[in-house]
Design a protein around this ligand. Structure first.
Ligand code: AMP
Length: 541
């Protein structure tokens, strides 16, 4: 028997049209660099996204499948790009504005970006990227600061000007690429993950389930997670789909600024990494008291949310919902939520359940695999590598050959996270095998740092491991062995590294030892170093 259902391709264009038709007056609010608030609506976002699409096709000659990049903060014009670029049949490539110029140049070349939309306030970074590029994409500048666009640059407003009500979306297959995001590589350069219309729409639909993100038309959503990292957890798509009011903080990420928006814009749902939650908690604890319109749900992921944070924010009416995911998983993988049977637990015990990384989302399968390749039991104690599979999980990387270290022979994504799963399917991240440090939600490659430190003429060998930091969660510690007769200091190494890394990636902590512990095969024993320096707290200010 054949299904009688229509074969309508899934497309993000349908989400934009829905918001424009049914939620035309719902607000989208953005904070500008001068802290003033810019207010627009989904009606306007739809109109301008279509104008952008038409301009890309007719003025810039963008063809289906071309990559068009953004180098932008979170704001309404970036939301227009989220929809307008795919509406041109092109692929939205969100470039991480915290990368070094070298890495920005690498990702722009890797994607083959034909055009890039840059916030005027990001031009200083962009101008350091241009000399590193063999092929420079067309540049369109968005006057985010409110100042005129600098001479010699094409103005975004002029570029999109005109009427696009007659614009017809290009025919698309639901498996066509819609967006692309680069994620840090342990060694070497960032790796591109490419999402499809189908994966993005399914992800948006699933994320709105009430046990997951629960996004609805009644929500006022503060999108703190950057739109250049894992699609801001795809909230721009899902909130637009359901017509939730969206509020963007622009570049202002300090705790008091975020709390002002939570109060003033009557926020009911927000999302961020634990570093942001901690900052918010500290400001709340210091007072004065804040008056929210009601309880606030806060989606937290990117790093583990500890029980103390969950309990602390509960006391101020901000209720953490802990999620696990990756750039590779769009990013929704699992969410932790209490079930009816947990109602008998006291608040502390419930917080422990909420601090797990949680239950796999519908359509996402999970398994844990031991070192011999066998599946581990779901007993809550046996740990192994977490592997996942599903319709919004990547099956490979852009421009890279298949790699069994990343995708298993039977087609599961190898996450590099070490996890346990309990008998009812709740997952807990126990460790990480990937050689990366997550500082304030963004990655630093320990291997890249090690290679650079070992280039110093006074260093014999060096390893880099993560140590704890009360604000940034993790920071890099350089453990180095000096060459005989050399008295190099941490400050010397820091200066030596400075030209090659973004400032926030530079280590502030250094330890000098006699020899790096090694395995019988000569590999650095990082876990041994992590254990040795387990009590060390980073001195990064
Ligand atoms: P990214 O692709 O940058 O979003 O990073 C994904 C990685 O962040 C995961 O593979 C984990 O190592 C880590 N991560 C994400 N969410 C959590 C979480 N809730 N708890 C612990 N680690 C997490």
């Amino acid at each position: 028997m054949q299904s009688t259902m229509m074969r309508v391709p899934l497309s993000t264009n349908a989400l934009l049209e829905r918001a424009g038709r049914y939620f035309a007056t719902r607000e989208v609010v953005s904070r500008r660099p001068d802290k003033s608030l810019h207010r627009t609506t989904y009606g306007d976002i739809r109109r301008r996204a279509r104008q952008l699409a038409k301009a890309l096709v007719e003025r810039a000659g963008i063809r289906p499948g071309d990559a068009v990049a953004t180098l932008q903060w979170n704001h309404a014009a970036h939301l227009e790009c989220y929809f307008g670029i795919p509406a041109a049949g092109a692929v939205l490539h969100t470039v991480n504005l915290r990368l070094s110029p070298e890495d920005v140049a690498y990702v722009v070349a890797d994607a083959g970006d034909r055009l890039i939309i840059v916030d005027d306030v990001m031009l200083p970074l962009w101008e350091r990227v241009v000399p590193l590029l063999e092929v420079v994409p067309r540049v369109v500048v968005h006057a985010f600061s409110g100042q005129p666009v600098p001479a010699g640059y094409e103005d975004y407003e002029t570029f999109i000007a005109g009427n696009a009500e007659d614009y017809v979306y290009p025919a698309q297959d639901e498996n066509d690429a819609v967006a692309m995001c680069h994620t840090s590589g342990t060694t070497g350069r960032p790796k591109g993950v490419v999402y499809s219309h189908r994966s993005m729409v399914l992800h948006a639909l699933a994320s709105c389930a009430s046990d997951l993100f629960g996004t609805s038309a009644s929500d006022n959503v503060l999108v703190i997670t950057p739109m250049f990292h894992a699609n801001a957890w795809a909230m721009p798509y899902s909130a637009t789909m359901v017509g939730a009011k969206m509020v963007f903080p622009g570049p202002h990420m300090a705790g008091p600024d975020l709390l002002d928006l939570m109060e003033g814009e009557r926020i009911s749902l927000t999302l961020g990494v634990p570093t942001i939650c901690n900052m918010i908690l500290q400001v709340l604890q210091a007072g004065p008291a804040r008056t929210f319109a009601g309880p606030i749900r806060m989606l937290v992921g990117g790093a583990a949310a500890p029980v103390s944070l969950i309990r602390g924010l509960d006391g101020f009416g901000i209720h953490i919902r802990h999620a696990w995911g990756m750039t590779e998983t769009s990013p929704l993988g699992s969410v932790s939520y209490t079930r009816p049977e947990d109602a008998v637990l006291d608040a502390e015990e419930q917080a422990k359940v909420r601090a797990l990384q949680g239950t796999a989302s519908p359509m996402v399968e999970m398994r844990i695999i031991d070192e011999a390749g066998a599946e581990c039991p779901w007993d809550g104690t046996t740990s192994g590598e977490l592997q996942v599979r599903g319709p919004w999980i990547t099956g490979g990387y852009h421009n890279l050959p298949p790699d069994p270290e990343k995708i298993s022979a039977d087609g599961w994504l190898r996450t590099g996270d070490v996890a346990t799963i309990d008998p009812i399917g709740r997952m807990r991240i126990a460790d990480r095998t990937k050689d990366l440090i997550k500082s304030g939600g963004e990655w630093i490659s320990s291997v890249e740092l090690e290679n650079a430190v070992m280039g110093h003429p006074a260093i014999a060998e060096a390893a880099v491991v993560a140590i704890a930091h009360p604000k940034w969660d993790e920071r890099p510690l350089v453990v180095a062995v000096r060459k005989p007769g050399c008295d190099v200091t941490g400050d010397d190494i820091r200066q030596y590294l400075a030209p090659h890394f973004a400032r926030w990636q530079l280590p502030d902590d250094y330890a000098f030892i006699d020899a790096i512990p090694r395995s019988s095969t000569g590999k650095f024993l990082k876990h041994e170093l992590r254990r040795q320096f387990a009590d060390m707290i980073s001195r990064t200010p």
